[in-house]
Design a binder for this molecule. Structure first.
Ligand code: FAD
Length: 497
Protein backbone atom coordinates (compact mmCIF):
# COMPACT_ATOMS: atom_id res chain seq x y z
CA UNK A 1 0.00 0.00 0.00
CA UNK A 2 2.17 2.81 -1.30
CA UNK A 3 1.03 6.38 -1.88
CA UNK A 4 3.18 6.77 -5.01
CA UNK A 5 1.34 3.84 -6.69
CA UNK A 6 -2.02 5.38 -5.87
CA UNK A 7 -0.92 8.76 -7.29
CA UNK A 8 0.08 7.06 -10.56
CA UNK A 9 -3.39 5.50 -10.84
CA UNK A 10 -4.99 8.94 -10.39
CA UNK A 11 -2.91 10.38 -13.25
CA UNK A 12 -3.45 7.40 -15.56
CA UNK A 13 -7.22 6.88 -15.19
CA UNK A 14 -9.37 8.73 -17.70
CA UNK A 15 -12.73 8.15 -16.05
CA UNK A 16 -13.77 6.47 -12.80
CA UNK A 17 -17.07 4.71 -12.21
CA UNK A 18 -17.27 5.91 -8.62
CA UNK A 19 -15.25 8.55 -6.74
CA UNK A 20 -15.72 8.59 -2.96
CA UNK A 21 -14.80 11.64 -0.90
CA UNK A 22 -13.82 10.81 2.70
CA UNK A 23 -11.50 8.17 4.13
CA UNK A 24 -13.32 7.26 7.32
CA UNK A 25 -15.30 4.09 8.02
CA UNK A 26 -18.05 5.03 5.58
CA UNK A 27 -15.87 6.14 2.67
CA UNK A 28 -13.37 3.28 2.94
CA UNK A 29 -16.18 0.77 3.43
CA UNK A 30 -17.81 2.13 0.28
CA UNK A 31 -14.48 1.86 -1.60
CA UNK A 32 -14.18 -1.81 -0.68
CA UNK A 33 -17.79 -2.49 -1.60
CA UNK A 34 -17.54 -0.72 -4.98
CA UNK A 35 -14.18 -2.22 -5.97
CA UNK A 36 -15.25 -5.74 -5.00
CA UNK A 37 -18.29 -5.34 -7.31
CA UNK A 38 -15.85 -4.58 -10.12
CA UNK A 39 -16.31 -0.79 -10.36
CA UNK A 40 -13.38 1.48 -11.18
CA UNK A 41 -13.18 3.17 -7.77
CA UNK A 42 -11.25 6.09 -6.30
CA UNK A 43 -11.45 7.08 -2.61
CA UNK A 44 -9.73 10.24 -1.40
CA UNK A 45 -9.13 11.49 2.13
CA UNK A 46 -8.29 15.13 2.85
CA UNK A 47 -6.00 14.42 5.82
CA UNK A 48 -5.34 10.87 6.88
CA UNK A 49 -7.45 7.71 6.96
CA UNK A 50 -9.71 7.87 10.03
CA UNK A 51 -8.55 11.40 10.93
CA UNK A 52 -12.22 12.36 11.43
CA UNK A 53 -14.71 10.66 13.72
CA UNK A 54 -13.57 7.17 12.74
CA UNK A 55 -10.47 7.27 14.98
CA UNK A 56 -12.39 8.77 17.91
CA UNK A 57 -15.07 6.17 18.64
CA UNK A 58 -15.47 4.24 21.91
CA UNK A 59 -14.12 1.26 19.89
CA UNK A 60 -17.22 -0.85 20.44
CA UNK A 61 -18.81 -3.12 17.89
CA UNK A 62 -22.30 -3.11 19.27
CA UNK A 63 -26.00 -3.13 18.60
CA UNK A 64 -26.52 -0.19 20.93
CA UNK A 65 -27.99 -1.24 24.28
CA UNK A 66 -29.31 2.31 24.73
CA UNK A 67 -31.55 2.12 21.65
CA UNK A 68 -33.43 -0.81 23.20
CA UNK A 69 -34.85 1.58 25.80
CA UNK A 70 -35.98 3.78 22.89
CA UNK A 71 -37.77 0.74 21.40
CA UNK A 72 -35.68 0.82 18.20
CA UNK A 73 -35.51 -2.99 17.88
CA UNK A 74 -34.97 -3.25 14.14
CA UNK A 75 -31.94 -0.92 14.24
CA UNK A 76 -30.45 -2.87 17.17
CA UNK A 77 -31.05 -6.20 15.43
CA UNK A 78 -29.46 -5.08 12.20
CA UNK A 79 -26.43 -3.65 14.06
CA UNK A 80 -26.07 -6.93 15.99
CA UNK A 81 -25.90 -8.77 12.68
CA UNK A 82 -23.24 -6.36 11.43
CA UNK A 83 -21.35 -6.89 14.71
CA UNK A 84 -21.10 -10.55 13.84
CA UNK A 85 -19.83 -9.88 10.28
CA UNK A 86 -17.15 -7.47 11.51
CA UNK A 87 -15.95 -9.88 14.20
CA UNK A 88 -15.84 -12.67 11.63
CA UNK A 89 -14.14 -10.69 8.83
CA UNK A 90 -11.48 -8.88 10.87
CA UNK A 91 -10.51 -11.32 13.64
CA UNK A 92 -7.00 -9.84 14.02
CA UNK A 93 -8.12 -6.48 15.37
CA UNK A 94 -11.57 -7.22 16.77
CA UNK A 95 -12.62 -9.36 19.70
CA UNK A 96 -15.66 -10.13 21.72
CA UNK A 97 -15.53 -8.64 25.19
CA UNK A 98 -17.62 -9.33 28.29
CA UNK A 99 -19.40 -6.34 29.84
CA UNK A 100 -20.71 -6.05 33.36
CA UNK A 101 -23.53 -3.72 34.28
CA UNK A 102 -23.41 -3.24 38.08
CA UNK A 103 -26.77 -2.72 39.79
CA UNK A 104 -27.60 -1.07 43.10
CA UNK A 105 -31.35 -1.78 43.38
CA UNK A 106 -33.31 -5.03 43.02
CA UNK A 107 -35.81 -3.45 40.71
CA UNK A 108 -33.02 -2.37 38.30
CA UNK A 109 -31.47 -5.83 38.56
CA UNK A 110 -34.61 -7.31 36.99
CA UNK A 111 -35.14 -4.42 34.55
CA UNK A 112 -31.60 -4.43 33.12
CA UNK A 113 -31.29 -8.20 33.31
CA UNK A 114 -34.31 -8.77 31.08
CA UNK A 115 -33.32 -5.85 28.84
CA UNK A 116 -29.91 -7.40 28.19
CA UNK A 117 -31.46 -10.83 27.67
CA UNK A 118 -33.62 -9.26 24.99
CA UNK A 119 -30.45 -7.69 23.54
CA UNK A 120 -28.95 -11.16 23.16
CA UNK A 121 -32.22 -12.65 21.91
CA UNK A 122 -32.41 -10.00 19.17
CA UNK A 123 -29.04 -11.14 17.84
CA UNK A 124 -30.61 -14.57 17.14
CA UNK A 125 -28.15 -16.89 15.37
CA UNK A 126 -25.60 -14.03 15.41
CA UNK A 127 -25.32 -14.17 19.22
CA UNK A 128 -21.76 -13.93 20.59
CA UNK A 129 -22.48 -15.01 24.16
CA UNK A 130 -25.30 -15.45 26.63
CA UNK A 131 -26.41 -12.74 29.06
CA UNK A 132 -26.32 -13.80 32.70
CA UNK A 133 -27.17 -12.51 36.17
CA UNK A 134 -24.18 -12.20 38.55
CA UNK A 135 -24.13 -12.18 42.34
CA UNK A 136 -22.57 -9.27 44.21
CA UNK A 137 -19.46 -11.33 45.13
CA UNK A 138 -18.93 -12.33 41.49
CA UNK A 139 -19.12 -8.70 40.35
CA UNK A 140 -16.53 -7.72 42.98
CA UNK A 141 -14.25 -10.60 41.94
CA UNK A 142 -14.48 -9.56 38.29
CA UNK A 143 -14.19 -5.78 38.83
CA UNK A 144 -12.18 -5.35 42.06
CA UNK A 145 -12.40 -1.53 41.94
CA UNK A 146 -16.23 -1.47 41.88
CA UNK A 147 -18.01 0.55 44.60
CA UNK A 148 -19.36 -2.15 46.91
CA UNK A 149 -21.73 -0.17 49.11
CA UNK A 150 -25.38 -1.07 48.28
CA UNK A 151 -24.22 -3.21 45.33
CA UNK A 152 -26.84 -5.90 44.64
CA UNK A 153 -25.18 -7.75 41.77
CA UNK A 154 -24.65 -7.29 38.07
CA UNK A 155 -25.56 -8.40 34.58
CA UNK A 156 -22.95 -9.83 32.23
CA UNK A 157 -23.41 -9.60 28.47
CA UNK A 158 -21.17 -9.52 25.38
CA UNK A 159 -20.30 -7.02 22.66
CA UNK A 160 -17.35 -6.52 20.31
CA UNK A 161 -14.30 -4.29 20.52
CA UNK A 162 -11.79 -3.11 17.94
CA UNK A 163 -9.11 -0.62 17.00
CA UNK A 164 -10.97 1.81 14.75
CA UNK A 165 -7.97 3.36 12.95
CA UNK A 166 -6.45 -0.05 12.34
CA UNK A 167 -9.63 -1.29 10.68
CA UNK A 168 -9.59 1.79 8.43
CA UNK A 169 -6.11 0.84 7.25
CA UNK A 170 -7.31 -2.73 6.70
CA UNK A 171 -10.29 -1.46 4.70
CA UNK A 172 -7.98 0.67 2.54
CA UNK A 173 -5.59 -2.24 2.04
CA UNK A 174 -8.40 -4.65 1.16
CA UNK A 175 -10.07 -2.14 -1.19
CA UNK A 176 -6.73 -1.67 -2.99
CA UNK A 177 -6.35 -5.45 -3.27
CA UNK A 178 -9.75 -5.51 -5.03
CA UNK A 179 -8.60 -2.87 -7.53
CA UNK A 180 -9.58 0.43 -5.85
CA UNK A 181 -7.31 3.46 -5.74
CA UNK A 182 -7.25 4.88 -2.22
CA UNK A 183 -5.19 7.87 -1.17
CA UNK A 184 -4.78 10.09 1.88
CA UNK A 185 -3.77 13.79 2.09
CA UNK A 186 -5.86 14.50 -1.01
CA UNK A 187 -8.69 16.98 -0.65
CA UNK A 188 -11.80 17.43 -2.81
CA UNK A 189 -11.72 21.13 -3.61
CA UNK A 190 -14.36 21.76 -6.30
CA UNK A 191 -16.84 19.84 -8.37
CA UNK A 192 -16.61 19.64 -12.17
CA UNK A 193 -19.85 19.71 -14.17
CA UNK A 194 -21.27 18.67 -17.51
CA UNK A 195 -24.39 20.78 -17.79
CA UNK A 196 -25.94 20.67 -14.34
CA UNK A 197 -24.57 17.20 -13.46
CA UNK A 198 -21.41 16.57 -11.49
CA UNK A 199 -18.90 14.90 -13.79
CA UNK A 200 -15.78 14.93 -11.62
CA UNK A 201 -13.76 16.68 -8.95
CA UNK A 202 -10.80 18.95 -8.66
CA UNK A 203 -8.42 17.48 -6.08
CA UNK A 204 -5.50 18.97 -4.18
CA UNK A 205 -2.60 16.94 -2.88
CA UNK A 206 -2.26 18.67 0.49
CA UNK A 207 1.31 17.43 1.01
CA UNK A 208 2.72 18.79 -2.25
CA UNK A 209 0.02 21.37 -3.11
CA UNK A 210 -0.55 19.81 -6.53
CA UNK A 211 -3.91 19.98 -8.31
CA UNK A 212 -5.51 17.04 -10.15
CA UNK A 213 -8.78 16.81 -12.06
CA UNK A 214 -10.59 13.48 -12.10
CA UNK A 215 -13.70 12.51 -14.09
CA UNK A 216 -16.29 10.11 -12.74
CA UNK A 217 -19.71 8.67 -13.58
CA UNK A 218 -20.80 9.26 -10.00
CA UNK A 219 -19.47 10.98 -6.87
CA UNK A 220 -20.16 9.99 -3.24
CA UNK A 221 -19.85 12.44 -0.37
CA UNK A 222 -18.85 10.43 2.72
CA UNK A 223 -17.27 13.26 4.68
CA UNK A 224 -19.04 12.74 8.02
CA UNK A 225 -19.69 16.02 9.83
CA UNK A 226 -18.24 17.90 6.83
CA UNK A 227 -20.94 16.58 4.47
CA UNK A 228 -22.87 19.86 4.47
CA UNK A 229 -19.77 21.79 3.28
CA UNK A 230 -19.76 19.77 0.04
CA UNK A 231 -23.55 19.72 -0.34
CA UNK A 232 -23.61 23.51 -0.07
CA UNK A 233 -20.63 23.89 -2.39
CA UNK A 234 -22.63 21.98 -5.00
CA UNK A 235 -25.87 23.85 -4.25
CA UNK A 236 -25.80 26.79 -1.83
CA UNK A 237 -29.62 26.61 -1.57
CA UNK A 238 -29.64 22.98 -0.30
CA UNK A 239 -30.80 22.43 3.30
CA UNK A 240 -28.27 21.15 5.85
CA UNK A 241 -28.53 17.44 6.62
CA UNK A 242 -26.08 16.91 9.50
CA UNK A 243 -26.40 17.68 13.21
CA UNK A 244 -22.97 17.21 14.81
CA UNK A 245 -22.98 15.80 18.33
CA UNK A 246 -19.83 15.83 20.45
CA UNK A 247 -18.59 12.91 22.53
CA UNK A 248 -15.44 12.78 24.66
CA UNK A 249 -13.35 9.95 26.12
CA UNK A 250 -10.84 9.95 28.96
CA UNK A 251 -7.95 7.47 28.91
CA UNK A 252 -6.52 6.43 32.28
CA UNK A 253 -4.19 3.76 33.66
CA UNK A 254 -5.81 0.40 34.26
CA UNK A 255 -5.31 0.53 38.04
CA UNK A 256 -8.69 2.37 38.15
CA UNK A 257 -10.44 -0.48 36.38
CA UNK A 258 -8.09 -3.41 36.55
CA UNK A 259 -10.25 -5.98 34.82
CA UNK A 260 -10.65 -7.73 31.47
CA UNK A 261 -14.37 -6.91 31.80
CA UNK A 262 -15.74 -3.66 30.43
CA UNK A 263 -18.20 -1.83 32.65
CA UNK A 264 -21.48 -0.32 31.52
CA UNK A 265 -22.81 2.43 33.76
CA UNK A 266 -26.52 2.38 32.92
CA UNK A 267 -27.58 5.85 33.94
CA UNK A 268 -25.42 8.96 34.17
CA UNK A 269 -26.64 12.17 35.75
CA UNK A 270 -27.92 13.27 32.32
CA UNK A 271 -29.74 9.96 31.75
CA UNK A 272 -27.25 8.43 29.29
CA UNK A 273 -24.93 5.47 29.60
CA UNK A 274 -21.17 5.46 30.18
CA UNK A 275 -18.59 2.80 29.36
CA UNK A 276 -15.25 1.97 30.95
CA UNK A 277 -13.48 -0.30 28.47
CA UNK A 278 -10.02 -1.89 28.67
CA UNK A 279 -8.10 -0.91 25.54
CA UNK A 280 -4.37 -1.37 24.72
CA UNK A 281 -3.59 -1.92 28.44
CA UNK A 282 -5.35 1.33 29.44
CA UNK A 283 -9.00 2.14 30.18
CA UNK A 284 -11.17 4.29 27.91
CA UNK A 285 -14.04 6.01 29.73
CA UNK A 286 -16.81 7.68 27.77
CA UNK A 287 -18.73 9.11 26.25
CA UNK A 288 -20.86 12.25 26.23
CA UNK A 289 -23.48 13.49 23.79
CA UNK A 290 -23.76 17.25 23.51
CA UNK A 291 -24.50 19.68 20.73
CA UNK A 292 -21.14 20.44 19.12
CA UNK A 293 -20.16 24.11 19.48
CA UNK A 294 -18.62 24.05 15.99
CA UNK A 295 -17.39 21.59 13.38
CA UNK A 296 -13.66 21.17 13.58
CA UNK A 297 -11.05 18.61 12.55
CA UNK A 298 -9.83 18.73 16.15
CA UNK A 299 -12.88 19.12 18.39
CA UNK A 300 -11.99 20.06 21.97
CA UNK A 301 -13.33 18.56 25.19
CA UNK A 302 -14.59 21.23 27.58
CA UNK A 303 -13.72 21.15 31.29
CA UNK A 304 -17.41 20.64 31.98
CA UNK A 305 -17.49 17.47 29.83
CA UNK A 306 -14.31 16.13 31.47
CA UNK A 307 -15.73 16.66 34.96
CA UNK A 308 -19.02 15.10 33.92
CA UNK A 309 -17.23 11.87 32.90
CA UNK A 310 -14.97 11.88 35.99
CA UNK A 311 -17.89 12.46 38.38
CA UNK A 312 -20.08 9.79 36.86
CA UNK A 313 -17.27 7.22 36.75
CA UNK A 314 -16.26 8.02 40.34
CA UNK A 315 -19.78 7.19 41.54
CA UNK A 316 -19.08 3.55 40.57
CA UNK A 317 -15.53 2.96 41.83
CA UNK A 318 -13.90 2.79 45.24
CA UNK A 319 -11.20 5.38 44.48
CA UNK A 320 -11.57 8.89 43.09
CA UNK A 321 -10.12 9.81 39.72
CA UNK A 322 -9.05 13.40 39.20
CA UNK A 323 -8.06 15.23 36.03
CA UNK A 324 -4.37 14.72 36.87
CA UNK A 325 -4.89 10.95 36.34
CA UNK A 326 -5.92 11.48 32.72
CA UNK A 327 -3.37 10.29 30.16
CA UNK A 328 -5.26 11.51 27.10
CA UNK A 329 -8.62 13.01 26.16
CA UNK A 330 -9.97 12.37 22.70
CA UNK A 331 -13.08 13.91 21.26
CA UNK A 332 -15.24 13.03 18.26
CA UNK A 333 -18.21 14.46 16.41
CA UNK A 334 -21.10 12.19 15.44
CA UNK A 335 -22.45 13.04 11.98
CA UNK A 336 -26.08 12.57 13.02
CA UNK A 337 -28.95 12.93 10.60
CA UNK A 338 -30.69 16.28 11.11
CA UNK A 339 -34.27 16.02 12.39
CA UNK A 340 -36.90 18.55 13.32
CA UNK A 341 -38.31 19.12 16.85
CA UNK A 342 -35.48 17.41 18.72
CA UNK A 343 -34.52 18.75 22.17
CA UNK A 344 -31.13 17.07 22.53
CA UNK A 345 -28.67 15.32 20.21
CA UNK A 346 -29.01 12.22 22.43
CA UNK A 347 -32.58 11.86 21.06
CA UNK A 348 -31.49 11.80 17.41
CA UNK A 349 -31.78 8.44 15.65
CA UNK A 350 -28.47 6.73 14.84
CA UNK A 351 -29.59 5.24 11.53
CA UNK A 352 -27.97 6.41 8.32
CA UNK A 353 -29.49 8.50 5.58
CA UNK A 354 -28.61 8.87 1.88
CA UNK A 355 -29.48 11.99 -0.08
CA UNK A 356 -29.08 12.39 -3.86
CA UNK A 357 -28.76 16.05 -4.91
CA UNK A 358 -30.14 17.38 -8.21
CA UNK A 359 -26.56 17.33 -9.59
CA UNK A 360 -26.29 13.59 -8.87
CA UNK A 361 -24.05 14.01 -5.78
CA UNK A 362 -24.76 11.08 -3.44
CA UNK A 363 -24.30 11.98 0.24
CA UNK A 364 -24.34 9.54 3.15
CA UNK A 365 -24.44 10.53 6.83
CA UNK A 366 -25.37 9.08 10.21
CA UNK A 367 -25.02 5.43 11.18
CA UNK A 368 -22.19 4.12 13.28
CA UNK A 369 -18.90 2.27 12.93
CA UNK A 370 -20.52 -1.09 13.57
CA UNK A 371 -22.86 -0.66 10.58
CA UNK A 372 -20.26 0.71 8.12
CA UNK A 373 -20.61 -2.36 5.83
CA UNK A 374 -24.36 -2.02 5.51
CA UNK A 375 -24.02 1.74 4.98
CA UNK A 376 -21.45 1.07 2.25
CA UNK A 377 -23.74 -1.45 0.56
CA UNK A 378 -26.68 0.99 0.59
CA UNK A 379 -24.70 3.95 -0.71
CA UNK A 380 -23.14 1.96 -3.55
CA UNK A 381 -26.59 0.67 -4.54
CA UNK A 382 -27.74 4.30 -4.66
CA UNK A 383 -24.63 5.40 -6.60
CA UNK A 384 -25.23 2.65 -9.16
CA UNK A 385 -28.63 4.18 -9.91
CA UNK A 386 -27.37 7.79 -9.80
CA UNK A 387 -24.48 7.01 -12.17
CA UNK A 388 -26.41 4.63 -14.49
CA UNK A 389 -23.92 1.89 -13.71
CA UNK A 390 -24.73 -1.78 -14.31
CA UNK A 391 -26.18 -3.46 -11.19
CA UNK A 392 -23.83 -5.91 -9.48
CA UNK A 393 -24.41 -7.57 -6.15
CA UNK A 394 -22.70 -6.56 -2.89
CA UNK A 395 -20.07 -9.10 -1.83
CA UNK A 396 -18.68 -7.71 1.42
CA UNK A 397 -20.46 -10.06 3.83
CA UNK A 398 -17.81 -12.65 3.22
CA UNK A 399 -14.75 -10.54 2.37
CA UNK A 400 -12.01 -10.94 4.97
CA UNK A 401 -10.18 -7.71 5.74
CA UNK A 402 -6.44 -7.86 5.15
CA UNK A 403 -4.04 -7.49 8.03
CA UNK A 404 -0.83 -5.59 7.47
CA UNK A 405 1.82 -5.66 10.13
CA UNK A 406 1.55 -7.89 13.14
CA UNK A 407 0.24 -5.66 15.88
CA UNK A 408 2.18 -6.97 18.86
CA UNK A 409 5.39 -5.07 19.49
CA UNK A 410 8.83 -6.51 20.08
CA UNK A 411 11.17 -6.43 23.01
CA UNK A 412 13.79 -3.75 23.73
CA UNK A 413 16.08 -2.36 22.35
CA UNK A 414 13.83 -1.59 19.39
CA UNK A 415 11.03 -0.19 21.54
CA UNK A 416 10.14 3.47 21.00
CA UNK A 417 9.26 3.93 24.67
CA UNK A 418 9.99 1.67 27.63
CA UNK A 419 6.32 1.66 28.78
CA UNK A 420 4.77 0.73 25.43
CA UNK A 421 5.17 -2.18 23.00
CA UNK A 422 5.51 -0.04 19.84
CA UNK A 423 8.76 -0.47 17.96
CA UNK A 424 10.92 1.27 15.40
CA UNK A 425 9.89 -1.49 12.97
CA UNK A 426 6.25 -0.54 13.45
CA UNK A 427 7.08 3.03 12.41
CA UNK A 428 9.10 1.98 9.36
CA UNK A 429 6.32 -0.39 8.33
CA UNK A 430 3.68 2.36 8.71
CA UNK A 431 5.72 4.70 6.50
CA UNK A 432 6.29 2.22 3.68
CA UNK A 433 3.16 0.07 3.81
CA UNK A 434 0.40 2.11 5.49
CA UNK A 435 0.80 5.49 3.78
CA UNK A 436 1.81 7.28 6.99
CA UNK A 437 3.16 10.65 5.83
CA UNK A 438 3.27 12.84 8.92
CA UNK A 439 4.28 12.53 12.56
CA UNK A 440 0.62 12.78 13.53
CA UNK A 441 -0.37 9.98 11.11
CA UNK A 442 1.99 7.68 12.99
CA UNK A 443 1.53 8.72 16.60
CA UNK A 444 -2.24 9.24 16.46
CA UNK A 445 -3.48 6.55 14.07
CA UNK A 446 -0.84 3.89 13.13
CA UNK A 447 0.31 3.37 16.68
CA UNK A 448 -2.20 4.94 19.05
CA UNK A 449 0.20 6.60 21.48
CA UNK A 450 -1.39 10.08 21.26
CA UNK A 451 -4.71 8.51 22.26
CA UNK A 452 -3.14 6.43 25.03
CA UNK A 453 -0.59 8.70 26.67
CA UNK A 454 0.06 12.22 25.44
CA UNK A 455 3.26 12.71 27.42
CA UNK A 456 4.77 9.49 26.09
CA UNK A 457 3.77 10.53 22.55
CA UNK A 458 5.58 13.84 22.97
CA UNK A 459 8.63 12.04 24.39
CA UNK A 460 9.00 9.75 21.39
CA UNK A 461 8.12 12.41 18.80
CA UNK A 462 11.72 13.53 18.01
CA UNK A 463 12.80 9.93 17.34
CA UNK A 464 9.76 9.11 15.21
CA UNK A 465 10.11 12.39 13.33
CA UNK A 466 13.77 11.63 12.51
CA UNK A 467 12.73 8.21 11.16
CA UNK A 468 10.09 9.83 8.97
CA UNK A 469 12.49 12.52 7.76
CA UNK A 470 15.09 9.93 6.80
CA UNK A 471 12.72 7.41 5.19
CA UNK A 472 10.80 10.05 3.22
CA UNK A 473 13.86 12.17 2.41
CA UNK A 474 12.69 15.45 3.93
CA UNK A 475 14.91 18.37 5.01
CA UNK A 476 15.63 19.82 8.44
CA UNK A 477 12.99 22.53 8.07
CA UNK A 478 10.33 19.85 7.52
CA UNK A 479 11.56 18.02 10.63
CA UNK A 480 11.29 21.14 12.80
CA UNK A 481 7.86 22.16 11.54
CA UNK A 482 6.45 18.61 11.93
CA UNK A 483 7.72 18.42 15.47
CA UNK A 484 6.31 21.80 16.43
CA UNK A 485 2.90 21.20 14.93
CA UNK A 486 2.67 17.76 16.55
CA UNK A 487 3.58 19.13 19.98
CA UNK A 488 0.97 21.87 19.81
CA UNK A 489 -1.64 19.35 18.64
CA UNK A 490 -0.70 16.90 21.40
CA UNK A 491 -1.30 19.49 24.13
CA UNK A 492 -4.93 19.67 22.99
CA UNK A 493 -5.30 16.02 24.07
CA UNK A 494 -4.66 16.93 27.71
CA UNK A 495 -7.19 18.55 30.04
CA UNK A 496 -6.83 22.31 30.21
CA UNK A 497 -5.46 23.31 33.61
C1 FAD B 1 -17.68 9.96 20.72
C2 FAD B 1 -18.10 8.93 19.72
C3 FAD B 1 -18.09 7.58 20.06
C4 FAD B 1 -18.49 6.63 19.13
N1 FAD B 1 -18.42 5.32 19.47
C5 FAD B 1 -18.82 4.39 18.59
C6 FAD B 1 -18.69 3.02 18.92
O1 FAD B 1 -18.17 2.65 19.97
N2 FAD B 1 -19.14 2.12 18.03
C7 FAD B 1 -19.72 2.48 16.85
O2 FAD B 1 -20.17 1.61 16.12
N3 FAD B 1 -19.79 3.77 16.48
C8 FAD B 1 -19.34 4.74 17.31
N4 FAD B 1 -19.37 6.05 16.96
C9 FAD B 1 -19.86 6.42 15.63
C10 FAD B 1 -18.77 6.28 14.56
O3 FAD B 1 -17.51 6.61 15.06
C11 FAD B 1 -19.10 7.16 13.37
O4 FAD B 1 -20.42 6.93 12.96
C12 FAD B 1 -18.19 6.88 12.17
O5 FAD B 1 -16.84 6.90 12.55
C13 FAD B 1 -18.42 7.93 11.09
O6 FAD B 1 -17.57 7.63 10.01
P1 FAD B 1 -17.58 8.48 8.69
O7 FAD B 1 -16.67 7.84 7.74
O8 FAD B 1 -18.98 8.71 8.25
O9 FAD B 1 -17.02 9.93 9.12
P2 FAD B 1 -15.50 10.33 9.42
O10 FAD B 1 -14.78 9.29 10.13
O11 FAD B 1 -15.53 11.68 10.05
O12 FAD B 1 -14.86 10.43 7.97
C14 FAD B 1 -15.06 11.52 7.10
C15 FAD B 1 -13.73 11.87 6.47
O13 FAD B 1 -13.93 12.79 5.40
C16 FAD B 1 -12.77 13.59 5.30
N5 FAD B 1 -13.08 14.79 4.52
C17 FAD B 1 -13.81 15.87 4.89
N6 FAD B 1 -13.85 16.76 3.90
C18 FAD B 1 -13.12 16.25 2.86
C19 FAD B 1 -12.77 16.73 1.56
N7 FAD B 1 -13.17 17.91 1.11
N8 FAD B 1 -11.99 15.95 0.78
C20 FAD B 1 -11.56 14.72 1.21
N9 FAD B 1 -11.87 14.24 2.44
C21 FAD B 1 -12.63 14.99 3.26
C22 FAD B 1 -12.44 13.89 6.76
O14 FAD B 1 -11.09 14.28 6.92
C23 FAD B 1 -12.77 12.57 7.45
O15 FAD B 1 -11.63 11.76 7.66
C24 FAD B 1 -18.93 7.03 17.85
C25 FAD B 1 -18.91 8.38 17.50
C26 FAD B 1 -18.47 9.33 18.43
C27 FAD B 1 -18.41 10.77 18.04
Amino acid sequence: MKRADQLKAISHTEKWDIVIIGGGATGLGAALDAASRGFKTLCIEKTDFSKGTSSRSTKLIHGGVRYLEQGNFSMVRSALMERWFLLKNAPFTTKKIPFILPVYSWWRYIYYGFGLMLYDLLSGKFSIGKTKFLKKETVIAKIPQIRQQSLKGGIQYYDGQFDDSQICISLARTAISKGATVINHMSAENFLYEGSNISGIQLRDTLYNKIYEVRSKTVINATGVFADDLILKDNPAHHRIVTPSQGIHLVVDKQYHNSPYAMLIPKTTDGRILFAVPWHDKVVIGTTDTTAPDISEEPQATNEEIHFVLDNFNRYINTQLTSSDIKSVFTGLRPLVKMKNIQSTADLVRDHSIVVSASGLVTITGGKWTTYRKMARDVINKAIRAGNLPFRRCKTRSIKLLLGRKVAGKKAPELLHSNYPFTIDDVIYAIHHEMACTLEDILARRIRLLFLDVKAAIEVSPLVCRLLQKELDHDEMWYQSQLESFKSLAKQYLPKS
